[in-house]
Design a protein around this ligand. Structure first.
Ligand SMILES: [Zn+2]
Length: 484
């Protein structure tokens, strides 16, 4: 409690003495802030990032009004650690959320607290159980935190094989999604809640609005009219795309009788198309009813694996690019912001200081850097960026996996040095060529950096456990694969 009082005083002093803060001294037109996070959205599945199928027409269109960061990584491949990093600008070891069952530390400053102190109406609408206020604590600083997850079961997917051959049609009788209790809210329901809230909001007061969509997270079950769009039965390549018998598929994803990776992938693409439509509607709704200029950020917490590294239809057990790379579209306020594509290597922890910077607020000490004002740390080859995760499967011996990323390399650190990996980073495909033996000196340097970081975490990284999660919520999370 004492630390929170000190933080409040610091923010108050910063704002009302005008130290480095031009909002009070030099009044500017009010600006609204919209933050959209799309859970489990792979960076390479957006058209504006080069995806060949028409999955994201709305976001592709929005990308023309945003700056697209082509190399953005998350801090973790789980929902809560990544979102906590986004909202604090800190690594999980600093904000304390190192799994989906940890609460944010009391002393961590959340970006919405800063906006609220600057007179903003702050609201969040979340769509997945891990981000419920009682679990993550990320509701602090929001005057309205809507985590009403009324849907206890994901809508079941109708069979996508109506136009298929007789053999495939026989299969449709077997397509049954397992019935788990899910605490979720689909994108359209979340949109309705946002729209209702916007009707109550005072136009004279700027808003900080965070909307979290959860639809691409498994189980993949897109709307009926969407889910046939991306599946081509009887593909000649199918023999190469069967799920190997030896791999584990998350129970919430497994559909009896379906072994075609293309089918799961098509359903995932359908979910992205659905959430893309919601994103476009949200943007039009907001710009249609608000009079203020808008700063907007569209990003994700993590991606999803489709077998690239023996992980199927899941995330969280590794730190490879399919799960770690995230999209980032940023529309700022001031002259330093421009549209186009940036190839700078940036991190989810950089969003906090960049948003604060474009608003003209006084920045706080954070782990990230302001990518709108490149200086030491951004735009050069010296930056070391970290991420971590905690593998779930019993056949993975390391308790935690870390990685350090530089401009050209990615080093993956495991408990056993013999399991460590080094990759040249020019694209996803290069994570299949472990060059640790041929680039020994680089590997040693990055291992040293990772080892130092690991030691730091060892004394500082565990905090904020939740001891009394409601048992029903706990079971729902477990059903969605949140076992940590
Ligand atoms: Zn997530």
């Amino acid at each position: 409690m004492r630390s929170r009082c000190i933080i409040s005083i610091l923010i108050f002093v910063s704002v009302y003495t005008g130290i480095g803060c031009r909002v009070f001294n030099e009044p500017e037109p009010a600006v609204d802030l919209l933050l959209i996070t799309i859970d489990t959205l792979r960076q390479d599945h957006l058209g504006c990032y080069g995806f060949p199928m028409p999955v994201t027409p709305e976001i592709d269109s929005l990308s023309k009004r945003h700056r697209l960061y082509s190399r953005c990584m998350s801090s973790a491949t789980y929902t809560n650690p990544a979102h906590a990093s986004l909202l604090t600008g800190r690594y999980p070891s600093h904000h304390g959320v190192r799994s989906n069952f940890k609460r944010i530390r009391d002393e961590a400053i959340l970006i919405q607290e800063i906006f609220r102190t600057h007179g903003y109406q702050t609201a969040a609408f979340i769509s997945g159980a891990p981000l419920k206020a009682g679990i993550c604590g990320l509701n602090r600083g929001f005057s309205h935190y809507d985590d009403t997850l009324t849907q206890t079961q994901k809508k079941l997917s109708p069979c996508p094989l109506e136009s298929a051959s007789d053999g495939d049609r026989n299969l449709q009788n077997k397509l049954v999604l397992p019935e788990y209790e899910f605490n979720i809210r689909d994108g359209e329901s979340t949109l309705r809640a946002v729209t209702d809230w916007l009707k109550t909001v005072d136009q004279d007061t700027p808003i900080f609005l965070w909307v979290h969509f959860y639809d691409p997270h498994g189980p993949y079950a897109p709307d009926k009219e969407i889910d046939r769009c991306f599946y081509i039965p009887d593909s000649p390549c199918d023999d190469n795309l069967k799920i190997p018998d030896t791999v584990l598929i998350p129970p919430y994803q497994k559909v009896d009788g379906v072994t075609d990776i293309d089918w799961y992938h098509a359903m995932y693409c359908g979910e992205i198309k659905y959430v893309d439509r919601c994103t476009g509607t949200l943007m039009r709704t907001l710009t249609g009813c608000r009079i203020h200029p808008l700063v907007s950020v569209i990003t994700a917490d993590h991606g999803e694996d489709f077998g690239e590294h023996d992980l199927y239809f899941d995330h969280g057990s590794n730190v490879y690019e399919p799960s770690l790379a995230i999209p980032l579209l940023f529309c700022g306020k001031n002259a330093e912001w421009t549209v186009g594509i940036s190839s700078e290597l940036v991190h989810i922890i950089d969003i906090f200081p960049s948003v604060i910077s474009t608003m003209g607020f006084e920045n706080m000490p954070v782990d990230g850097v302001d990518f709108l004002h490149p200086g030491p740390g951004v735009g050069n080859n010296n930056r070391f960026l970290y991420a971590e995760t905690k593998p779930q499967f019993p056949n993975q011996r390391s308790k935690r996996v870390f990685c350090v990323r530089t401009e050209d390399y990615k080093y993956i650190y495991r408990d056993d040095p013999n399991e460590s990996e080094l990759y040249r980073m020019d694209g996803f495909e290069n994570e299949h060529v472990n060059c640790i033996r041929s680039h020994f000196e680089i590997a040693e340097t990055l291992r040293g950096a990772c080892s130092e970081w690991y030691r730091h975490i060892g004394k500082d990284g565990e905090a904020g456990s939740i001891e009394n999660i409601d048992s029903k919520v706990h079971e729902g999370l477990k059903a969605l694969g949140y076992s940590n």
